[in-house]
Design a protein around this ligand. Structure first.
Ligand SMILES: [Fe+2]
Length: 390
C-alpha cells in the first residue's frame, strides 16, 4: 500500500470498483487508526492510546495501520526484485517448486490455483510463494505435515532466501507486539495470544498479481476476490507496482487497491467498503478468522478485496505474513467471550490444525480427500475381521 491520499471527494460521490459494485463511502471512512508500536510498552497514556487504536481499528474495520514497526522497507523492495526474477522463469524451471503434494504451503503456487470461497469458480489472478520464517514444530509437523513442511528454495537466486526470512521474521516480531497489545486492549492476560501462537504454522507469502488484458478489466475482474483471512493476524508490509516491461513503477491509476468491508450495522447492513491505504511508512495489520472466533466477534475478520488498475499490463508485487494459532489450540471463543450467543455462532470448537485443513480444502489448495483424514480411518480393519469370519 502506498501513501495516503485523501479521497474525500470520491467518498462523497461513492466509488465504483469491479463490475457493478458501488463502493460507498461513509463519514469516518478514513478514520482507520494507526497503532504506534512504541506506544505498546510506553507510558500509561501511550498504552491507553495503543489499546484504543486496536479497539476501534480491529473492532470496527478489522484493520489498523502500524508505525514504528521495525520492518526494513529496503529489504522488502529487494525481496520483490528477487521475486520478479523468479516469476520471470519458465514454468518448467518453476515446476520443481510447485508443491501441490503439500497443498502449496511451501514453494510456488502457479496462477489459477487458489480461489476465494465466494468467487464462484474464478481463481485469483496471482502467483505466490510460501515459506515459513520460523523453524517448524516437529510434533505438529508429524501430525499436520502439509502446513508444517520444511521450506523449499529456488536454485541460483542468491539473496532470495536470506531476504525472505529477514522480512518474514521482522513481520512476525511486529505481529507479536500487536498481539500483546490486543490482549491488553481486551483486558486479557497479555501473553494469551503470544503463547497460543508459539510453534504455529506461520507462513510468509509473496504474491505477484498478474497483468490483466483490457477485456478482463472491462469484465470487472479483480486481482483477489473478497474474502477473510483464516489465520489469527495478518501483517502486510505494502506492495509495489511493476511496469509492463518489468521493474518498479508508480501506480498506473487510482483504481487499484485494497478495499475492506466494515462491520454491518442497521444503517449499513452490508457494512461499508472502505479503501485501506496505509499512511507513508506504515504497514497494515488485519484481523483473521481465528482472532474473530477467539474474541467472540469483538474483533472483526476483515472481508477484503484487491482490485486491479484500469490500465492493462501492470502487475503488482505484494507480501503478507500470516500468524496462526498453534495447531493444537482450539478455535473457539475464549472464556471471557463465551456466552450463549457466541457459542451458538462459533460452535463447535475445532483444533486450529484441523481448521487450517478444512479451509485449505475450501479455497482449492488441499484436495477434498483431506477432509476424510479427520475421521476414524480404521473401519477397514473391522471389515477385514468380518471377512475372515465368513
Ligand atoms: Fe487476504
Amino acid at each position: 500500500m502506498e501513501g495516503v491520499k485523501d479521497d474525500r471527494a470520491s467518498r462523497k460521490r461513492g466509488m465504483r470498483v469491479g463490475q457493478g459494485e458501488v463502493l460507498m463511502s461513509a463519514s469516518g471512512a478514513m478514520d482507520i487508526p494507526t497503532l504506534d508500536l512504541e506506544d505498546v510498552d510506553g507510558s500509561p497514556e501511550a498504552r491507553a492510546r495503543a489499546a484504543e487504536a486496536l479497539r476501534v481499528g480491529f473492532g470496527t474495520y478489522g484493520l489498523v495501520y502500524i508505525r514504528n514497526h521495525a520492518v526494513d522497507r529496503d529489504a522488502v523492495a529487494e525481496l520483490y526484485d528477487h521475486y520478479e526474477r523468479f516469476c520471470g522463469r519458465s514454468d518448467a524451471e518453476k515446476a520443481p517448486l510447485n508443491r501441490g503434494d503439500i497443498w502449496y504451503q511451501r514453494g510456488w503456487t502457479p496462477p489459477n490455483t487458489e480461489q476465494a470461497v465466494v468467487a464462484g469458480g474464478q481463481p485469483d489472478f496471482k502467483e505466490c510463494y510460501f515459506a515459513a520464517p520460523e523453524a517448524v514444530d516437529p510434533e505438529c509437523a508429524a501430525e499436520y505435515p502439509e502446513i508444517h513442511a520444511d521450506n523449499v528454495w529456488p536454485e541460483d537466486l542468491p539473496g532470495f532466501e536470506a531476504r525472505y526470512l529477514e522480512v518474514g521474521r521482522q513481520l512476525h516480531r511486529a505481529g507479536g507486539t500487536v498481539l500483546r497489545a490486543c490482549a491488553r486492549a481486551l483486558d486479557l492476560d497479555e501473553d494469551v495470544f503470544t503463547t497460543a501462537v508459539k510453534g504455529g504454522p506461520h507462513v510468509f507469502r509473496l504474491l505477484r498479481y498478474l497483468p490483466l488484458e483490457a477485456a478482463q478489466i472491462e469484465a470487472g475482474v479483480v486481482w483477489g476476490e473478497e474474502h477473510t483471512d483464516f489465520n489469527l493476524l495478518t501483517l502486510l508490509p505494502g506492495g509495489q507496482f511493476r511496469s509492463p516491461g518489468g521493474g518498479p513503477c508508480e501506480r498506473p491509476d487510482d483504481d487499484s487497491g485494497l478495499y475492506l468491508r466494515t462491520r454491518p450495522s442497521k444503517d449499513a447492513p452490508s457494512g461499508v467498503k472502505v479503501r485501506g491505504r496505509a499512511p507513508e511508512g506504515c504497514i497494515v495489520a488485519q484481523v483473521g478468522q481465528q482472532l474473530e472466533v477467539l474474541t467472540g466477534g469483538t474483533f472483526l475478520a476483515t472481508p477484503h478485496v484487491i482490485t486491479a488498475p484500469k490500465t492493462p499490463g501492470f502487475s503488482r508485487m505484494s507480501a503478507a505474513h500470516f500468524v496462526h494459532l498453534q495447531s493444537h489450540e482450539r478455535v473457539f471463543p475464549l472464556p471471557a467471550f463465551r456466552n450463549e450467543a457466541t457459542v451458538a455462532t462459533y460452535r463447535p470448537p475445532v483444533l486450529a490444525g484441523n481448521y487450517s485443513l478444512k479451509t485449505l480444502v475450501d479455497i482449492g489448495l488441499a484436495p477434498k480427500t483431506a477432509i476424510e483424514g479427520l475421521g476414524y480411518k480404521q473401519y477397514g480393519r473391522l471389515a477385514a475381521i468380518r471377512a475372515a469370519e465368513s
